[in-house]
Design a protein around this ligand. Structure first.
Ligand SMILES: C[S@@+](CC[C@H](N)C(=O)[O-])C[C@H]1O[C@@H](n2cnc3c(N)ncnc32)[C@H](O)[C@@H]1O
Length: 332
């Protein structure tokens, strides 16, 4: 639970958001390979050559670029541009002026992203810098109209935000999305509570280490902002926090990188989170109705975590554990 001190957005008497901006101004001017980033997370796209400096400035925790989310063809909003890598990858799918809008409040970061995108245009025939519109703005006040965006993406920024700022940022995402839109999000989550002393360390927090929520709290924040359907795309080790580096710890804490896709829908039976569980009816009949859905005998159905919990303990169902790798919503 964040302290009142954190809720005010102030740690150790300094302005926390100012510290975040300082960290990223520094990371723009002097690329920092140890900042965020998960080994091997880069998505390869045919005919896309990524400038070296853009690669060095990959400050993402996972990936938010997935063809499954890009079918609609409408505008994409990317929050927290970094070196511009994912904005470029998203532009690969749109290929038109203004197809991607990228927002960042740190002038140094916007300047470097612009430079990287110009270099990308030199290396890639298909790309023009105008395909990405870079805007000054913050997650707390996105500079686009209500209901104007098909896809909002953010990578490794929201874990940095204080609890109240995170709630405000998620409300903003919800505000700008069209009703059929999607929010693609990648952040670290923690497997154990992080001691308050580490959470209060502004630099570690700004560097995507100590501000992250548990999986359940992360999902609850999405649900609280009105995202009633969430699919977990990926979940893998991100960092191991060790007492030798952080004396505040009495034992190691594993952080996981979580990629999720959230939709602003309201299923009649409440929010549905799909982590890759399946339920298979194995009883005497050809089919069985449960949770408003018909399960055919022997046919695994992708189900939400809530449905899986409701079926747990019923002998006529076989349940499988999460794969953490979901491509489409399940039945119920
Ligand atoms: C961890 S980096 C991630 C960059 C990029 N998403 C990537 O995957 O490489 C966080 C980014 O968010 C920007 N940022 C910091 N505070 C922000 C805010 N309040 N709103 C939007 N962006 C912010 C930083 O300047 C930086 O570009």
């Amino acid at each position: 639970m964040d302290t009142a001190k954190e809720r005010d957005g102030v740690i150790d008497g300094g302005g926390y958001l100012d510290r975040v901006r300082q960290v990223y101004a520094g990371a723009a001017l002097d690329p920092d390979a140890a900042l965020c980033c998960v080994d091997g997370a880069l998505r390869q796209l045919p005919g896309l050559v990524v400038p070296d400096r853009m690669l060095e400035m990959n400050y993402g925790c996972g990936s938010t670029v997935d063809p499954d989310d890009l079918g609609g063809g409408g505008p994409i909003l990317y929050v927290g541009v970094g070196g511009g890598l994912e904005a470029l990858q998203l532009a690969w799918f749109r290929r038109r002026p203004g197809g991607v809008i990228a927002v960042d409040p740190v002038p140094e970061m916007r300047r470097e992203a612009e430079r990287n995108l110009r270099e990308a245009a030199r290396l890639n025939d298909w790309f023009e810098p105008a395909f990405v519109t870079l805007l000054d703005g913050s997650a707390a006040a996105l500079p686009v109209p209500d209901g104007s965006i098909d896809l909002v993406a953010q990578n490794c920024l929201f874990n940095v935000l204080m609890r109240d700022d995170l709630a405000a940022a998620l409300r903003e995402v919800r505000r700008v999305l069209v009703p059929s839109g999607r929010f693609v999000s990648s952040d670290p989550v923690t497997t154990r509570p992080i001691p308050q002393a580490l959470r209060d360390n502004a630099t570690l927090r700004a560097r995507c280490i100590s501000g992250c929520l548990s999986f359940d709290d992360y999902i609850a924040a999405l649900v609280g902002a009105g995202f009633g359907e969430i699919q977990i795309r990926a979940r893998r080790p991100y960092r191991l926090l060790l007492p030798i580096e952080h004396p505040e710890l009495d034992e190691p804490i594993l952080l996981l990188s979580l990629d999720a896709v959230a939709r602003p829908v309201a299923p009649p039976d409440g929010p549905r989170v799909y982590s890759g569980r399946t339920a298979t009816y194995r009883g005497p009949d050809a089919a069985l109705s449960a949770g408003g859905f018909v399960f055919s005998r022997g046919m695994p159905m992708s189900v939400s975590d809530r449905t899986a919990a409701a079926l747990q303990g019923r002998d006529e169902f076989m349940l499988t554990p999460p794969t953490w790798h979901v491509r489409a919503a399940g039945c119920c």
